[in-house]
Design a protein around this ligand. Structure first.
Ligand code: GUN
Length: 284
């Protein structure tokens, strides 16, 4: 039986509808709409698309979107000075600096400069540390969005073998921590992993975050597995494709996310739920 499709677009719309109602209630109670500052450095085409979607969805739930578009030539100290001003501005509840940054700017220094209470990406060492210790506060958006997708399957995750392909700070590492917190047995694979197909064949849950079009073969997927495809790659024909060979995986998986319309919308919905959470923490 072909896989059931895990529709991130519909699930994200449900999350944003609920957020819109909660933001309206906030405003009705006399509080300001939460404000999210999104900083984009340079002209990377993919980043421009992601940031446009983030800003549009922020406005769509009634939050305030504050746009800071800086040239690729901006110095690290100028960027750090902007972060300092946003940290000090009480009308800014969340700060997101779109990655990647130009090579002359240290992403680590920029992330560490963000006030952890406004770190809606959940990338600051404080927030990652809390996730490590099973005391999460602001959680990285893509992994948390993937957990919401897995929860939507209704399947019990406890004791399942989860194989995460990719070890990035943005997805692979925090994803593994989320799955561990959900009591999965977790394997993290990366470019030095031996026999990747053999490991994926053992997986009840596969999270693919490699950044290579159609990299995960259908023949690697265990019958009935839950397959979450984080990849967004442009195929030779210009169409978006994931890291998993969708058509082949569909014949074996139990559940499968499409690209587009799977993880992407859930990342944005989770960014906005983090922004509301950050605003409420700052109010308290
Ligand atoms: N670049 C790719 N994904 C992300 C993300 O989730 N947050 C930020 N800030 N940059 C990204």
């Amino acid at each position: 039986m072909p896989a059931q499709i895990l529709d991130g677009k519909t699930l994200a719309a449900r999350v944003t509808d609920e957020l819109r109602a909660r933001v309206a209630a906030c405003i009705a109670a006399g509080r300001a709409a939460p404000g999210l500052a999104v900083v984009l450095v340079g002209e990377d085409a993919a980043s421009q698309v992601y940031v446009r979607n983030k800003r549009r969805t922020t406005d769509g739930v009634g939050m305030r979107s504050l746009a800071f578009d800086l040239p690729a030539s901006v110095s690290e100290s100028e960027l750090l000075a902007l972060i300092g001003r946003l940290n000090d501005d009480p009308s800014v509840n969340g700060i997101l600096v779109q990655l990647p940054l130009p090579a002359h700017v240290s992403a680590e220094r920029v992330i560490e400069a963000i006030d952890p209470k406004k770190d809606v990406d959940g990338f600051h060492p404080y927030n990652i540390g809390r996730l490590v210790l099973r005391m999460p506060t602001l959680r990285p958006c893509t992994p948390f969005g993937c957990m919401r997708l897995l929860a939507a399957t209704g399947e019990d995750l406890v004791g399942r073998h989860a194989v995460v392909i990719g070890q990035s700070n943005i997805v692979g590492r925090p994803m593994a921590l989320e799955l561990l917190m959900a009591r999965c047995t977790v394997t993290i694979c990366h470019s030095a992993t031996r026999d990747l197909p053999g490991l994926v064949r053992q997986a009840d849950i596969v999270v693919a975050a490699i950044g290579k079009a159609n990299f995960v073969q259908g023949s690697w997927i265990k019958d009935g597995a839950m397959v979450i495809d984080v990849g967004i790659n442009r195929g030779a024909d210009g169409k978006l494709v994931g890291d998993v060979d969708f058509e082949a995986a569909r014949e074996r998986a139990g559940w499968l996310t499409p690209v587009p319309g799977g993880v992407g919308p859930m990342t944005i919905a989770t960014l906005l739920s983090n922004t509301l959470q950050a605003a409420q923490m700052q109010d308290a």
